[in-house]
Ligand binder design. Structure first.
Ligand code: PPS
Length: 296
């Protein structure tokens, strides 16, 4: 067992698979680029699948059925900037979003490019990261138990670094007209409303398309991006066929942390949550889900 692997690139903790991070930092964002940028395991794939369907009249073109590096959304730090440029040549600018796992500071910037950010509560994000890193040998954690992984994760000693700093970097831009922040838990609670929010952010024409004919395309997207449908899509496209607990579309629930955390670990997260975020407004975002205590 060893510490989760990452390399430092310009001070950023770069996950072991992100072979093109350096190259991606010089990607020049274009006026109508659309980015989905999240801390790992916060609902990126779900957002990618929703966005791509909205951009394509409710459908998912064949090439976008794949979830991997250059499928539904090219993952810039992994596939590099040329793959993004080539995909735009093949599909035009308005068919897909570009996936990033970068904080605001390192994300490619253009004043009119759009940025969708999904946030998820720290405790479930940590659990999901643990299962993800155990699934891919490249992280080097072997059969590390959750409690050992927790110590690295809460110290920001793993890919993408400190969860709280990362999310705050985007939260500080929540009022920018080209930034939309979504919450995983809200998407779970009311997928329909959040899909409409995404469409409105992309342009009123997309929202009108969703709600025409008594919400026909909206209902279709809700169904086709449900957790069960995503799991099937991943399996059908050969991306998630391992079965069992460690699948990429693993549980997709709010609250799995309760099956993993000790009371002490939960309190440690609560403390950091308040220390990093109190007064920013971000600390109120999970109020109705009863996840965070005072941490004293
Ligand atoms: S990654 O590797 O960072 O891109 O992972 P990411 O997609 O951000 O997050 C993976 C978690 O999201 C869950 N998931 C979903 N939840 C609800 N609905 C849908 N459609 C969906 N698709 C993926 C996935 O199961 C991971 O969460 P956990 O808690 O591990 O199950």
């Amino acid at each position: 067992m060893s510490a989760p692997k990452y390399t430092l690139v310009h001070g950023f903790k770069c996950g072991p698979g992100l072979v093109n991070l350096e190259d991606s930092l010089s990607y020049e964002a274009q006026a109508d680029d659309l980015f989905i940028s999240t801390y790992p395991k916060c609902g990126t794939t779900w957002a990618q699948l929703i966005v791509t369907r909205i951009l394509n009249n409710g459908n998912l073109p064949e090439e976008f059925m794949q979830i991997g590096v250059d499928g539904v959304s090219p993952f810039l730090e992994m596939c590099g900037k040329q793959a993004v440029i080539d995909k735009k040549k093949r599909h035009g600018m308005h068919a897909f979003a570009i996936k990033l796992h970068l904080p605001f500071e390192l994300s490619p910037k253009h004043p009119t490019a759009k940025y969708i950010v999904v946030m998820r509560n720290a405790k479930d994000t940590c659990v999901s990261s643990y299962h993800h890193q155990k699934m891919y040998q490249i992280y080097g954690i072997g059969d590390m138990d959750f409690h050992s992984f927790f110590k690295f994760w809460i110290a920001g000693e793993t890919e993408a670094g400190d969860y709280f700093d990362f999310n705050l970097s985007w939260w500080n831009h929540r009022k920018d007209p080209n930034v939309l922040i979504l919450m995983y838990e809200e998407m779970k609670t009311d997928a329909s409303a959040n899909i409409v929010r995404i469409a409105e952010f992309l342009g009123q024409g997309y929202a009108d398309m969703l709600t025409a004919n008594e919400n026909q395309i909206l209902k279709q997207i809700v169904q086709e991006t449900s957790f069960e449908a995503t799991k099937k899509q991943l399996a059908d496209s050969g991306f998630d066929g391992k079965g069992g607990e460690a699948d990429f579309a693993r549980k997709g629930i709010i609250g799995d942390w309760r099956n993993h955390f000790t009371d002490e670990e939960s309190r440690i997260v609560d403390q950091k949550f308040h220390r990093k975020w109190d007064g920013t407004g971000l600390e109120k975002m999970w109020d109705k889900y009863c996840i965070f205590g005072k941490g004293v």
